[in-house]
Write a protein that binds this ligand. Sequence first.
Ligand code: XBP
Ligand code: MG
Length: 263
Amino acid sequence: MSLQALLFDVDGTLVDTEELHRQAFNQAFLDYGFGWEWDAARYRDLLTVSGGTARMARHIDTIDLPAAEKTRLRRLIPALHREKTRIYGELLGSNTVRMRPGVARLIKQAHQAGLRIGLATTSSSVNASTLVTGLFGPNARDIIGAIVCSDEVSRKKPAPDIYELLLSMLRVPASAAIAFEDSANGLTAAKAAGLFTVVTPTQWTRSQKFVDADLMLPSLGEPDQPLDPASVLRIGGPCLELAMLEKLRSPIMSTLKLREAKS
Ligand code: XBP
Ligand code: MG
């Protein structure tokens, strides 16, 4: 079935925002008088947990405190996450956030070719709408056909729910769409939804395992920011173009990839 939609994860794929999230978490901890500071290494570990509230719960689980104190702190998570989200919104407003290499170019190519574009994020809807308006302007929804956020599904990534809902909102079968992700949880979610998935990790997720990625690239590249020789060989050009995707996702290419992986 011909390609009808491109589905992008947000944090780490559309834009590299995890540093701003990390700063927002740390500022919220400070505002609450907690002596917690997530440095880059700690945040990289905690990013294996999807969703800020679950991430904070995991942190509480790992610190050495009496059970009653942990219970008290867990009760504060919703308020703490609202504070973090407020601060993150301010950081989005005071920092220039650009799409990762090749993303704006590929979305434009796809939109002009009549494909539908969807966003699927584990982040909260208030973050996603602030970001999308900042990136695509007031007419963002002319380009982005649907956005699904964590608060709209019962199970976050790595469950497929977010991608299944996005596909149904775009009225596209999984066989006619391609997902773009940066994390192992996101890849698992997309594959469980039956999607051909391109993974472009960031410094925050590079050490994660991407076992069944259909295509791994450092980024989507740009004509003036060509990819590394191995990636160029894999996709047949200096950066990922819409025209390449049809061929790359064909069953023949998948078989060849399988053979390459086994050799
Ligand atoms: C990334 C996440 C989010 C953000 C933090 O989402 O896992 O939790 O790190 O945002 P995705 P929240 O890569 O799926 O876009 O604090 O709002 O969860
Ligand atoms: Mg992500």
